[in-house]
Design a protein around this ligand. Structure first.
Ligand code: GDP
Length: 525
């Protein structure tokens, strides 16, 4: 049977897993790949990291580009669905790259450590997802360990993140005393010890929400407690609503253990049912492009340069928004109007780096780029010009002054800075009068990677002088008065020439606001 474009699109599930470092994102990704049959054994996705992700790890990745590329986007089949998992580094190198990747997904899975609850980076990433209004699924992990009370975790999730939660299942005990999951959604109990319960993995629940019959598990107070908890949830908790899930207003919560795999399949089954297939995208002119539109279109959300140091190539990651990709097809880049053949230079980012044969709306493809693409570019097929809405930019928080060490290498320095800035790796500012280069980033690691890459890819050694954290605020060029610049702020231009103040701290910013009440200060996202 040949599948229509609509069938194929409907079977796509494109999502990212978000979490604070160490919550278990890698482990659950491995499990999902395992269930999808993409890898033979868990533990093969990437080398286990120990402690903080540091520059040395990045260099290691550099050496093993293949692995790093293939793990950026992983595609597996599960239950007739084509699942695309986009990797977002959960490390402290909080980069714009991570944020932008979230612009290319249709839903997110938020992994929470049951011993820790909501952590800072969960919060940041959640904010971006919730701003987009995409469905967010919660997996509370590490149930095989003693963690916090499930009721506390749910309350914290709702309070800290401001989203309603609906537990799809409920733990019966935890750690060594984990008996299983009371599966509210599937109306059954999933057991950790089938061998103690007449070899049943699952026991159905009767109308009263209890297990019929006498098993080891029904004799336990942990089970009785769980039945009571669930009763309370049913009476006082949120109602299940598919619409609220779809709108990102209600998060279905699943408990489990990524390490032992317990609860993972139950989660995955519900996830593929409720996670949305690709939806429409809006263009700058307000037009809606449906994923089933026959004409191919997509946008570039990430560019990774020099994937293969021997070839100096870059890969542009494209989220397909409509239609179908065919090898050898011609597309237009809206920004330049240039026509480009997507020939054998195109590769698919799957578990193996294969040539893409077909890819449809919802899928991600990687294009070898020789300088044709920029982040935010729209590519499309057909006569009509098309530009999807701009990807958000994020307000950097850390700043560095950067100068070339060797004046003879000015040219490669400028070229390197230009390209890396274009790639979206880092933001560039120039001071108003002296035109000093200032780099802005969301996380420290971005600077280190920048320095490393300038040296290794452009042969430019740089001097970096940390300026610490600042508050960047833009103003309307019309409002600009040279007197506004003071010792408490630094007046710069961004790479588009717009004036931006880097304030020393909140105090300096408030002082400015008091002095110039009519001047509007704006942040990026
Ligand atoms: P990431 O930083 O979010 O990708 O976290 P990892 O998947 O690398 O997991 C961090 C640590 O937690 C590793 O030592 C994992 O083995 C461990 N871990 C992950 N999931 C579980 C779980 O369900 N139970 C337990 N006990 N440990 C887990």
């Amino acid at each position: 049977m040949t599948q229509t474009l609509a069938d194929k699109v409907k079977a796509r599930r494109t999502f990212a897993i978000i979490s604070h470092p160490d919550a278990g994102k890698t482990t659950i990704t491995e499990q999902l790949l395992l269930y999808g049959g993409a890898i033979r054994q868990a533990g093969t996705v990437k080398g286990k990291k120990s402690g903080k992700f540091a520059k040395s790890d990045w260099m290691e990745i550099e050496k093993q580009r293949g692995i790093s590329v293939t793990s950026s986007v992983m595609q597996v089949d599960y239950d007739g669905k084509q699942i695309n998992i986009l990797d977002t580094p959960g490390h402290e190198d909080f980069s714009e790259d991570t944020y932008r990747t979230l612009m290319a997904v249709d839903s997110a899975v938020m992994v929470i450590d049951s011993g820790k609850g909501i952590e800072p980076q969960t919060k940041k990433l959640f904010k971006v997802c919730s701003m987009r209004g995409i469905p967010i699924f919660t997996f509370i992990n590490k149930l095989d360990r003693d963690g916090r009370e499930p009721m506390d975790l749910i309350a914290e999730l709702e309070e800290v993140l401001g989203i309603d939660a609906y537990p799809m299942n409920w733990p019966m005990g935890m750690g060594k005393n984990l008996l299983g999951l009371y599966d509210i959604y599937n109306n059954r109990v999933e057991l950790t010890h089938p061998e103690e319960n007449e070899d049943n993995d699952f026991l159905p629940l009767n109308e009263d929400g209890e297990i019929e019959g006498d098993y080891q598990v029904t004799r336990s107070t942990i089970y009785t407690q769980a039945v009571e908890d669930v009763q309370l949830l049913k009476e006082a908790g949120n109602d299940f609503s598919e619409e609220a899930i779809a709108a990102g207003k209600l998060t279905p919560v699943f408990f489990g253990s990524a390490l032992t795999g317990f609860g993972v399949q139950t989660f995955l089954d519900a996830f593929v049912d409720f996670a949305p297939s690709p939806s429409e995208h809006v263009t700058e002119s307000g037009e809606t492009i449906e994923p089933t539109d026959e004409n191919f279109s997509g946008f570039i959300f990430k560019i990774q340069a020099n994937m293969n140091p021997a070839h100096r190539d870059r890969i542009a990651f494209v989220r397909i928004c409509s239609g179908e990709f065919r090898p050898g097809m011609d597309v237009f880049v809206n920004r330049t109007g240039k026509k480009i053949k997507l020939a054998h230079t195109t590769q698919f980012m799957a578990d193996t780096r294969e040539q893409v044969q077909t890819a449809v709306a919802g899928d991600i493809i990687g294009l070898y780029d020789t300088g044709n693409f920029q982040i935010g570019d729209t590519i499309y097929e057909g006569k009509k010009g098309l530009q999807f809405e701009a990807l958000p930019q994020f307000t950097p928080e850390l700043f560095m002054k950067v100068t070339p060490k060797n004046v003879m290498k000015q040219k490669s320095f400028h070229k390197g800075v230009q390209q890396l800035v274009q790639e979206g790796a880092i933001q560039l500012y120039k001071t108003y009068h002296t035109e000093d280069y200032i780099l802005g980033a969301v996380g420290q690691l971005q600077f280190e990677v920048f320095q490393y890459r300038l040296l290794h890819e452009y042969n430019a050694e740089v001097e970096m002088a940390p300026m610490g954290s600042k508050i960047a605020r833009w103003i309307d060029p019309e409002d600009l008065d040279p007197n506004m610049s003071s010792s408490r702020n630094l007046l710069c231009r961004d790479r588009f020439g717009n004036p931006v103040f880097l304030f020393e701290n909140q105090f300096a910013m408030r002082w400015f606001e008091d002095k110039y009440p009519d001047v509007k200060l704006t942040a990026l996202l």
